[in-house]
Design a protein around this ligand. Structure first.
Ligand SMILES: [Zn+2]
Ligand SMILES: [Zn+2]
Length: 264
């Protein structure tokens, strides 16, 4: 049966319109998750510390992600000793904490969370990958591990997804900021568009820094005493209608954004 031969002109026209809307939708969703959230800093390139709270099964993927994102012309990531227990994955002001643990049947493979001050400046970020799923045959592959361990740190730098549809063709060259099913043994990296986007986000300089627990920030700005386990309201959904981004508004320009990638 050849479906296309049975299409009538009206259906073809409707398909063209639908395709246009989809393309426009992708363009709209392209790399935007609200204002251009970014780490405040007074010069480029800047160095951001990543606390290692991941198990040995994840170390190589975290190392690849750190090396990959450091290819950016505006920033470098450097691995440091972890600052939290992996299960609680509490944030540390001025840096990223990367955690792996058996988080249970939460539905999510990975999340990335950033704390915002002044409406746009990231003060801390966490990445969590859920071994409850990564210990299963479906996800215990270099492809899935590298996709998620590259994508979540990307969010903590201020990037959104390039695409949020698991069912369309993957972006070429592949990027970890795309929703796609990776090859079993593929190691997924960012692509040039991600680096271009970072360069755009970090073009301007700020008058203060949110990096490395700067003493220039007040306690209220850092909001270091609270971890905010709750995600807040849904502000974005993927092509399948599943939630992909949550926002918890703390008032006064402070908020917590939580980006989620779900298990199938
Ligand atoms: Zn800024
Ligand atoms: Zn994501």
């Amino acid at each position: 049966m050849n479906f296309s031969t049975k299409l009538r002109p009206g259906i073809v026209a409707a398909t063209i319109v639908a395709t246009f809307v989809l393309v426009a939708g992708v363009a709209y969703a392209n790399h935007s998750w609200g204002p251009p959230y970014h780490w405040a800093r007074t010069s480029n390139p800047f160095t951001l510390k990543v606390g290692d709270n991941v198990s040995s099964a994840w170390d190589q993927y975290l190392d690849v992600a750190i090396a990959d994102w450091s290819q950016s012309s505006v920033l470098d990531l450097t691995k440091v000793a972890g600052g939290t227990r992996p299960k609680s994955c509490r944030p540390t002001a001025g840096r990223i904490e990367a955690c792996s643990a058996l988080y249970g049947n939460t539905g999510w493979l990975g999340i990335a969370r950033i704390w915002i001050t002044g409406g746009e400046h990231i003060t801390k970020g966490v990445v969590q990958v859920n071994d409850t799923y990564f210990n299963t045959p479906t996800y215990n592959t270099p492809g899935w591990r590298s996709l998620v361990m590259c994508q979540e740190p990307g969010h903590t730098l201020g990037l959104g997804h390039q695409d949020e549809n698991f069912n369309n063709q993957p972006i070429v060259p592949h990027t970890c900021m795309d929703y796609f099913i990776p090859g079993t043994n593929e190691i997924v990296h960012p692509n040039q568009h991600d680096y271009d986007q970072l360069a755009t986000i970090y073009t301007h300089l700020d008058t203060y820094t949110t990096i490395d627990a700067s003493l220039r920030l007040t306690r209220a700005q850092l909001d270091d005493s609270e971890t905010h386990p709750e995600w807040g309201g849904v502000i974005q959904r993927d092509a399948s209608g599943r939630t992909s981004l949550y926002e918890l508004d703390l008032g006064m320009g402070r908020k917590v954004l939580t980006h989620v990638i779900w298990a199938e």
